[in-house]
Design a protein around this ligand. Structure first.
Ligand SMILES: NC(=O)c1ccc[n+]([C@@H]2O[C@H](COP(=O)([O-])OP(=O)(O)OC[C@H]3O[C@@H](n4cnc5c(N)ncnc54)[C@H](O)[C@@H]3O)[C@@H](O)[C@H]2O)c1
Length: 285
């Protein structure tokens, strides 16, 4: 892992902001870059507030929190941030055209040795690798929300990803305090979303057939399987629009009837019932 000192995170939204703080807390000189000044300002304020809470709860000392925030920079300037980066984690808006453009630019701007990873949940890095001119140093490094808390990082290699890139990315995730897992080839949903999807699909089928209520299905997942929440509760937490979007992306890629987006979820989304964030989903909040 020698050689990795400076990290660039592209995108300062839900994921990018927290990934930036994860890297800074692990001791890396980290820049979070975004095209939006307001998003950067929001990220900066939220992360400072989080550090205050961590100090108040005794999880960090004032000195540790100040040191982490002192290593964390916010910028709209991709050029200078990329030019110094040893490792780039892209966490920008989930759109292929946006990501292609970013990867083409960081492929030109970042030092030759830098690894370029995407945090995308649905786009395999093979889709952006060619644009970089260094396909062997490109992979997915997929964090989970909230990135400060969740231990799992899925590292996904594509056909041209080198073994050195895989090993460095796994090791960086460990230095971030995470427990990375390796996915040997690209598959929609990687591991976690596939497992979650399988449980969700069965839960939706049971409820649609009137076998059991959503409440009882959720209770069973909690009390028999030890899941922290049931599949309907989880869908509400993730956001039904996100669930529907992932299903649509998977279906578009596989064309498999078994992956067809669920009509019950689509109907809720059409009514603006998106889960916790809208106050109503499968449940009322
Ligand atoms: N939200 C989740 O639960 C979650 C979990 C795992 C992975 N992801 C993945 O993380 C990525 C980001 O998701 P998010 O939920 O943080 O999105 P978000 O909408 O909260 O944030 C995206 C940010 O990207 C910025 N952006 C857009 N175009 C840009 C560009 N050209 N250069 C720099 N910044 C740009 C936007 O201004 C915004 O601040 C996506 O690829 C998504 O698949 C999301």
């Amino acid at each position: 892992m020698s050689g990795i000192e400076r990290i660039l995170v592209v995108g300062s939204g839900t994921m990018g902001s927290q990934i930036g703080l994860v890297a800074a807390l692990a001791g890396y000189d980290t820049t979070v870059q975004d095209i939006s000044e307001p998003m950067l300002a929001k990220a900066k304020a939220e992360l400072s507030a989080r550090m205050d809470t961590s100090v108040a709860k005794g999880r960090l000392t004032v000195a540790e929190a100040e040191a982490a925030l002192g290593r964390l920079f916010f910028s709209t300037d991709l050029e200078s941030a990329a030019a110094r980066a040893d490792f780039v984690i892209e966490a920008a808006t989930e759109r292929l055209d946006v990501k292609e453009q970013i990867f083409a630019r960081i492929g030109q701007l970042a030092p030759e040795h830098a690894i370029l990873a995407t945090n995308s949940s649905t786009l395999g890095s093979s889709k952006v690798a060619a644009a970089t001119g260094r396909a062997d140093r490109v992979c997915n490094m997929h964090f989970f929300n909230p990135a400060l808390v969740m231990k799992c990082v899925e590292v996904v290699r594509h056909e041209a990803t080198s073994q050195a890139t895989v090993e460095t990315t796994l090791e960086l995730a460990r230095r971030f305090g995470k427990e990375p897992v390796l996915i040997n080839r690209e598959i929609p949903g990687f591991i976690a979303n596939r497992l979650m999807g399988a449980v969700q699909k069965e839960a939706l089928a049971l409820a649609a057939a009137g076998i059991a209520s959503k409440e009882d299905i959720d209770t069973t997942a909690r009390t028999a399987l030890g899941h922290p929440m049931g599949p309907f509760e989880l869908m509400d937490m993730v956001g039904l629009d996100v669930i529907d979007f992932i299903a649509q992306a998977t279906y578009a890629e596989t064309g498999d009837e078994a992956d067809r987006p669920d009509p019950q979820v689509a109907a809720l989304v059409a009514e603006g019932k998106l889960g916790r964030k809208s106050g109503q989903g499968w449940y009322s909040y």
